[in-house]
Design a protein around this ligand. Sequence first.
Ligand code: SF4
Length: 354
Amino acid sequence: MRAKRKDPPAALLVRAVNWLGDAVLTTPALGAVRAAFPRARISLAAWPLVAELFRGHPDVDEVLVYDKAGVHAGAAGMLRMAGELRRGRFDSALLFQNAFDAALLAFLAGVPERTGYATDGRRFLLTRAIPVTEETRRLHHAEYYLRLVAGMGIPLPASPRMRLRVTREETDAMEERLSSLGIPKGKRILGINPGATYGSAKRWYPERFAAVADALSGEWGTSVVLMGSAPERPLSEEIEAAMRGKPVNLAGRTTVREMMSLLSRCSFLVTNDSGPMHIAAALGVPLAAVFGPTDWRTTCPWTDKARIVRAGVDCSPCMLRECDRGHECMLGVTAEMVVAAARELFPESPREAG
Ligand code: SF4
C-alpha cells in the first residue's frame, strides 16, 4: 500500500453505481468533484452499460469497464480488475456504489484513501466512512450522492445540475436514421418509453401508452417514436398494434449511446420510472412519468420540466418488483391523467428539441 496522499488528489478513482438511472443521478455530485479537483485525472469504473453512458462525459477523463458478467467474473475476475486499477496509481477512491464489493475492489487495488457510505458491512474497508442516517435515507438520490461528496470535504455548487453529453456526430447519425424512417429534420418527436428493467410492477399498460401517444401526437402534430431495450420489444409492439397512428418503433434497436441521442431529439417523453426517464431529464427533455411501486420522493426526475402521475394508493411505495396485490397503483393511472399532466407542462405544444 502506498503512503497517504496530500490534497488534492492527482488521480481519483470513482466507482459508478450499476443502474443507468441512478448513474444519471450521480452526475451533479460528479460535477462538484470535477470543480473541486480541476487538474486531477478522474477515472470512472463502471459496468458496461453505465460505462457507455459516461463515454466522453466532460467530468470524467477516462472510463474503465468493469465487466462482472465477462472478463471480470468471479473472484479471479475481481483480482484481475484490481490489478488493472492498481496500474492507475490512484490516490483516492470515491465509491458512489454502496456495495461491499466496491470497497473491497478499491482496497485490493491499493488505493490509499477510500470514501463511501458506511453500508453493507464495509466500514472497515473505508478510510472515510460517511454514516447513513434516517435523514440521509429520505434524501432524493441526487442529493444523497451530493451529501457523500460533501462528506469528502468537497464544496457543493449553489445550483448543482445533472449533466450528460451527446456528441454532434451521434446527433447527426440519429437525425439521418430518423430521416430514413420518415421523420425529417425539424419534425418534433413524442417519445414513448414503456419499459422498466427493475420489474413488471413498475410498468404501466401498453394500451394506455397507445392512447396517450395518439392523443398527444394528434394534438401537438408530433411524430411518435417507441423506445426501450430488446426484452421490452414485445411491449412496444403491443403499443404499435393498439395505436391509431403509425409510430416508429426503435425498441431493441438502439445502443445506450443511440438511445441518448434519440432522447435528446425528443420534444417530450412519456415514460415509466426508468433509466431513460432520468437520461431524458438530464438532457433537458420535458416528460410525464408514471410512478407506482417506487418512491417518487427519492427517485423522481430531478428537474422542474417533469410531471409525476400517480394513483396514490396506500401500499405505495412498496418497492416490489412484481405486485402481490391488484396492481392498483398502475390501474388507477388513466390515459387521461397522463395527457392532463402533459398539457399542464405544455398548454400549447412542446418546442422543437435542442
Ligand atoms: S403492492 Fe401496491 S404499490 Fe406495490 S405494486 Fe402492488 S399495487 Fe403497486
